[in-house]
Every structure is written in structure tokens, then in C-alpha cells.
Design a protein around this ligand. Structure first.
Ligand code: CTP
Length: 399
């Protein structure tokens, strides 16, 4: 499966912050995933990191000297600005933000940013006192009003040794936001909201114990990531928020009842619901408010009462996709669930298989639909399975 960033023209503007070295990792990952990356640097950035580093990674000469004869025809920054599909400025200093906000163009980074029509992503890095300053905050607002997207800065330890807001966002987050932005430019799910549930629900027995299941949340996460990469706004309702992909809206839940409420809260804005979560069919009738002590426990009888079937109870006219995680009679069980739950698609997999079990990075899925079609797919990564499922959803949406 090719990456959303393969063959995309991305310009990375690097400015003079100690965090500049971190952006080498971002550029390297973009190149590894097939992007064509040009790097533009301010002269201050060159004090922190050598243009040769970026040249070695990208195989392309960075744009540094705005007075040099760099372009083949016309002015180099105009040529770069024209072919750029997305511009990332990272790390962006307070002074670069000020230049961008007020239209100054006195180095290669700000020149290109002023000349390009491509979306602008800005990842600031500076001391928290500079970040908090009214001047920076006003520049932030101005840039956001004009449509620039900000990634970070994050809280944490700063170069000064102080703790505060001003750290460059993590590479993973920057790359995820690039994918999401590129997806929105021409993805088939742009303008759609896709709700995905992930993980296994936990039904409390007492404050420390629960009834759970073996779902890892990986399939739901892959679906959220793939939908994001195709331009969708993604709401991920999950019991494992710590593993959620970046650049999606995460709603953390534990029990089936909490998941049901969260799904219902986001239903109106969604065009698609994909229930990849393993939802407990039963919950403990009266969970103990205090930890159940051993001395009280000879035999314990837990009375279980049924949970609502979340997807089956949704009457709204959206594309509904359920999963059938089975250990036997895969197709028969899936067909029954397709009807019982009144869904458009059902994704069936045998969870006892080595390549399709819980926690595996691959899956072997069969997709059944309400038009009678049954398609068995080969072993694929969970991301590729997600793309296959989204292809069929996209057809339904008529996009
Ligand atoms: N599901 C749901 N609400 C529930 C239980 C399941 O929305 N209370 C959804 C799951 O997220 C999944 C599909 O229904 O998309 C099938 O879940 P599964 O556990 O395989 O099926 P069940 O309906 O629970 O049937 P059984 O446990 O008997 O196999």
C-alpha cells in the first residue's frame, strides 16, 4: 500500500532554534515514505545544523542563500513555492512567526511561505516566556485566522532547563498532521466524519477489577489512521487512548455503556460508523463500590446483565460497518450478524488464526455486504485492511 505522502512535494522550512536537529528525523521519515522533500533554511538555522545534513538525507540541495542563483528559471523561491504541495516550518522561532504574520520575506523560509499557495503547517519551538508573550500570541492568532495550521508547541523541559510550553512537537505528531493535511487536499473522504470504535470494553467488577477481552485496538487504530490519511475528520472512541494515532479526535471510554453514550454523542455529525471495538455483551449488575476483599470471598456469584447492542440500535441513515470476530463458522455467523445488526458491511475474521488474531499486525478479513457480495482478502497489514474497508465505504458515500 503506497503512503499518502509518496511522491508529494513537501517543503520544510527550518529556522534558528536548538530544536532544529530534531527536524532531521522528520525529513528522514518523509523521504523514507517517498516524499520529495526540499529544505529551506534561514541563516540562523545554519548555525544549529548543517545544510549538508539535509542534503545527504533528501538528495537535494537545501535552499539557504536567497541571493544565490539557485533556480533553473526565474527566482528560486517562486519556483519552489509553485511546486510545493505543503509547506512545514519547523522549528518556527518567535521571530519567524512574527515575519510570517506580518508578511516579511527576508530569508528563504519566509520568502517561500509568502509566495506559496500550499497549506502552511507551523511547528513552533521557543522558550515559554517568548511563547506566552502577547506579541507571539497575537501573531499566532493572525496566522491561524489566515488558515495556517499549528502543531504544538508542547509542554515539557525546555533548552533553558525550565518546564513550560515551547517544545517542538514530536516527529510522529508532525508527520501525522502532514498526512492529515495532504489527505484533506484530495482525499476521497474529505469533508466526511468517520467515527471508529476501538479496543475491548472493560466492565467493572469493583474499583480495581474488570471483565475484559483480548482486543488490542490495533484494527480500530489502523482504520482511524487510514481514514485520516484519506481526508476524513476522525472521531476515535477507544478503550486504549494511549495507542491512538495522532491527528484524530480521541474520546476515551472504558465500558460498553460509556462507549454507547460516546457513539450517540457523535452520531449526528458522522457519515460513517465503524464498530471495530470488541464490546462486552454483558456487564456486572451491581459493581462493588469498594474493592472486594479475599476474606469475604468464598464463592462469588457475579450477576451479569446484557448491554445494548450499540450498532444494532442505530437507526440513523449512515454507513454502518460491524466486525464479526469469530472462532468458528465465520461466514455463517457473519451473515447472521449482517442481518441482525442491520449494517451495510460486516468485516469477518477468524481470531484464532496466527495472522489474524488479537494483537497481530496483520489480518485476514472477509468483507460481506448487504447486497450479497462476499470478498475474501489475503493476509494484509491492518492498515491495508483498513484501506480496503474504506474503499467500499467510499463507494457507498458516492465520493
Ligand atoms: N457490537 C455492538 N454492541 C454490542 C456488541 C457488539 O455494537 N453490545 C458490535 C461490535 O463492535 C462488532 C459487532 O457488533 O462490530 C459484532 O460484535 P461481536 O462481539 O462479534 O458480536 P455479538 O453481537 O456480540 O455476538 P456474539 O458475541 O454472540 O458473537
Amino acid at each position: 500500500m503506497s503512503s499518502i505522502i509518496e511522491n508529494r512535494q513537501i517543503t520544510v522550512g527550518v529556522t534558528g532554534s536548538i530544536a532544529a536537529y530534531k527536524i532531521v528525523d522528520v525529513v528522514s521519515k518523509l523521504v523514507q515514505q517517498g516524499a520529495v522533500v526540499d529544505v529551506a533554511m534561514t541563516s540562523a538555522a545554519v548555525n544549529f545544523i548543517s545544510p549538508l545534513t539535509f542534503q545527504s538525507i533528501t538528495g537535494r540541495e537545501p535552499y539557504v542563500d536567497m541571493w544565490g542563483v539557485h533556480g533553473v528559471k526565474g527566482e528560486a523561491h517562486i519556483e519552489l513555492a509553485r511546486r510545493t504541495e505543503l509547506m512545514l516550518i519547523a522549528p518556527a522561532t518567535a521571530s519567524t512567526m512574527a515575519s510570517l504574520a506580518h508578511g516579511f520575506a527576508d530569508d528563504f523560509v519566509t520568502l517561500t511561505a509568502l509566495a506559496t499557495k500550499a497549506p502552511l503547517l507551523i511547528s513552533p519551538a521557543m522558550d515559554s516566556q517568548m511563547w506566552d508573550h502577547d506579541a507571539t500570541q497575537i501573531n499566532l492568532n493572525l496566522l491561524q485566522e489566515r488558515g495556517a495550521h499549528f502543531i504544538g508547541p508542547e509542554q515539557g523541559r525546555l533548552a533553558s532547563g525550565q518546564i513550560g510550553t515551547g517544545r517542538l512537537a514530536e516527529s510522529q505528531k508532525i508527520i501525522a498532521t502532514i498526512k492529515s493535511c495532504l489527505g484533506k487536499l484530495e482525499g476521497d473522504l474529505t469533508g466526511k466524519t468517520v467515527m471508529v470504535t476501538a479496543g475491548g470494553t472493560r466492565e467493572a467488577i469493583d474499583p480495581v477489577r474488570y471483565i475484559g477481552n483480548r482486543s488490542s485496538g490495533k484494527m480500530g487504530n489502523a482504520l482511524a489512521e487510514a481514514a485520516r490519511d484519506r481526508g476524513a475528520d476522525v472521531v476515535l472512541i477507544t478503550t486504549v487512548p494511549e495507542t491512538a494515532p495522532e491527528a484524530v479526535e480521541v474520546v476515551a471510554v472504558e465500558s460498553a455503556s460509556e462507549m454507547e453514550v460516546a457513539v450517540s454523542d457523535h452520531l449526528e455529525r458522522s457519515e460513517v460508523l465503524i464498530m471495530a471495538a470488541a464490546v462486552a455483551d454483558y456487564r456486572v449488575d451491581q459493581a462493588s463500590e469498594q474493592k472486594i476483599k479475599r476474606e469475604h470471598a468464598k464463592n462469588i456469584d457475579l450477576k451479569l446483565v446484557p448491554n445494548n447492542d450499540i450498532i444494532a440500535s442505530i437507526a440513523t441513515d449512515i454507513v454502518k460497518v460491524a466486525f464479526a470476530a469469530e472462532t468458528e463458522d465465520l461466514i455463517d455467523n457473519a451473515k447472521k450478524k449482517l442481518l441482525d445488526k442491520n449494517v451495510n458491511l460486516i468485516v469477518a475474521n477468524n481470531v484464532t488464526g496466527e495472522m489474524s488474531g488479537f494483537g497481530s499486525d496483520t489480518n485476514i478479513i472477509t468483507i460481506l455486504d448487504d447486497r450479497g457480495q462476499i470478498e475474501e482478502l489475503p493476509v494484509l497489514s491492518k492498515y491495508s485492511c483498513a484501506m480496503e474497508i474504506l474503499d467500499r465505504i467510499s463507494d457507498r458515500l458516492g465520493s
